[in-house]
Write a protein that binds this ligand. Structure first.
Ligand SMILES: C[C@](O)(C(=O)O)[C@H](CC(=O)O)C(=O)O
Ligand SMILES: [Mg+2]
Length: 421
């Protein structure tokens, strides 16, 4: 896509087929057809404001071509928006964390537990403020540029109908782009002892989340930039083991302890700190590892056969593949059990890290414009690895990078820096 191709300014009145085939949209692989979008498009279509989305797309493309990045600065109100604009920010960021600390009806930690229209209401206010400043600027003869805003849509605040409503609210408010992550809503930082921990939903659920948002954008013929964020770098658990994409990262116990993790930590749940310590003791003894690691430890010489035979299969099928290969070689069954490592909520233990983030982002790439691996620490080696692995498969996708300081439970709020390219 070239800058000259960014001409989808007035998409209203376009059929879904024409919109979805336009230069900015044609590269996105949707799991639905234009006819399905048309059937869902209301007769009295509300025009999607596409000026800011197209401005953001132009900024992204200019940086991609020049191999540079845009700094995205947080803005929570009209005053800070004016300040970041004057400071030269090309893009503003409306942070869910900032609003949840300070600006919603019931301020609290950044747990994605505020109402789904909190951020869109704030974007609407900022859009109005920008419009006022622009009018004032031209009346005074000193232009005040409006900058595109990226908004935080967290995990979509529920299932797919809520994702669609949140998307519609953001578009109506004039957002230029927004991000959806792959977390279980409300599960961020569940490890209160350390302020870390994240619980992922299975990849298929994340992908359906992104599809629901994209469907809503198509219904509105909106050019808003869809950002697929993964929190897999710091993830410690996942709600289900069912998806083959997640299979290589599920952890199982290799030592039979006679008690499951959930049974072990349950008695002390009244005291989360004690429970965290007890849990750590169980984990230390259970020999948790991935199925691939357990297999390699049992039969290194058969590892490549296992790798090939276990591609695209679920955890339970992969375990069967492993046992069949071992039996054929006259070796005993593998002691590897992911079920005993489940938490009291039923979550599976998960090996978070950059490899998991790469796999998730590569699978999400066809659906989104921008990919982002959210990280807890500023680690350029990790960022480079992530970027080169994703770019190798999807050279034209844009990337985003940040470091989330506020994940430490005791840090109230720090400035979050982003790079977009
Ligand atoms: C970027 C973020 O989504 C936000 O809401 O600002 C937060 C920030 C943080 O916790 O520091 C996040 O990374 O989850
Ligand atoms: Mg957030």
């Amino acid at each position: 896509m070239t800058l000259a191709a960014l001409t989808n300014g007035d998409a209203v009145g376009q059929t879904a087929a024409a919109f979805m085939a336009s230069a900015t949209q044609a590269d996105i692989a949707r799991p639905y057809t234009p006819e399905q979008v048309d059937r869902l498009s209301p007769a009295l279509a509300r025009p999607a404001p596409n000026t800011m989305p197209l401005a953001l797309r132009a900024t992204l493309e200019a940086h991609r071509v020049a191999f540079t990045t845009a700094q995205v600065l947080g803005t929570a109100d009209a005053v800070s928006l004016d300040a970041v604009t004057k400071a030269g920010a090309q893009v503003g960021y409306v942070s869910g964390a900032a609003l949840s600390f300070a600006d919603c009806a019931d301020p609290g930690a950044d747990l994605s537990d505020y109402p789904y229209d909190t951020v869109s209401k704030r974007v609407a206010l900022l859009t109005s403020a920008q419009s006022f400043h622009a009018t004032l600027g031209s009346a005074l003869g000193s232009p005040r540029p409006a900058i595109p805003l990226i908004a935080d849509a967290d995990s979509g605040f529920g299932l797919f109908s809520t994702v669609m409503k949140a998307t519609r609210g953001l578009v109506d408010a004039g957002v230029a782009g927004f991000h959806l992550d792959d977390l279980l809503p409300g599960s961020k930082r569940f490890d209160h002892a350390h302020g870390r921990g994240a619980v992922l939903v299975p990849f298929a659920e994340y992908s359906q989340r992104l599809s629901a948002a994209k469907l809503q954008l198509d219904i509105m013929r909106s050019e808003a930039v869809l950002i697929g964020r993964t929190d897999a770098v710091d993830a410690t658990h996942i709600t289900s083991s069912v998806d083959p994409v997640d299979r290589p990262f599920i952890l199982g116990a290799t030592v039979r302890l006679g008690t499951s993790y959930a049974a072990f930590v349950s008695p002390s749940e009244a005291d989360p700190h004690a429970s965290a310590e007890d849990g750590a003791a169980w984990v230390a003894q259970a020999g948790l590892c991935t199925l691939d690691e357990a297999f390699a430890a049992a039969a290194l010489h058969l590892r490549s056969s296992f790798t090939v035979a276990s591609i695209g299969v679920s955890v339970s099928d992969a375990k069967r593949v492993a046992d069949d290969l071992l039996a054929a070689a006259g070796l005993p069954r593998l002691e590897w059990d992911p079920e005993v490592a489940r938490t009291t909520q039923g979550w599976y233990a998960y090996r978070g890290g950059v490899d998991a983030a790469i796999v998730r982002s590569v699978h999400a790439a066809p659906l989104v414009d921008v990919l982002w691996a959210c990280t807890f620490q500023l680690d350029l080696t990790l960022a480079r690895r992530y970027a080169s692995a994703v770019k190798e498969k999807f050279p034209l996708k844009y990337l985003m990078f940040n470091t989330s300081h506020a994940r430490r439970a005791h840090v109230a709020c720090e400035c979050v820096g982003f790079g977009l390219c």
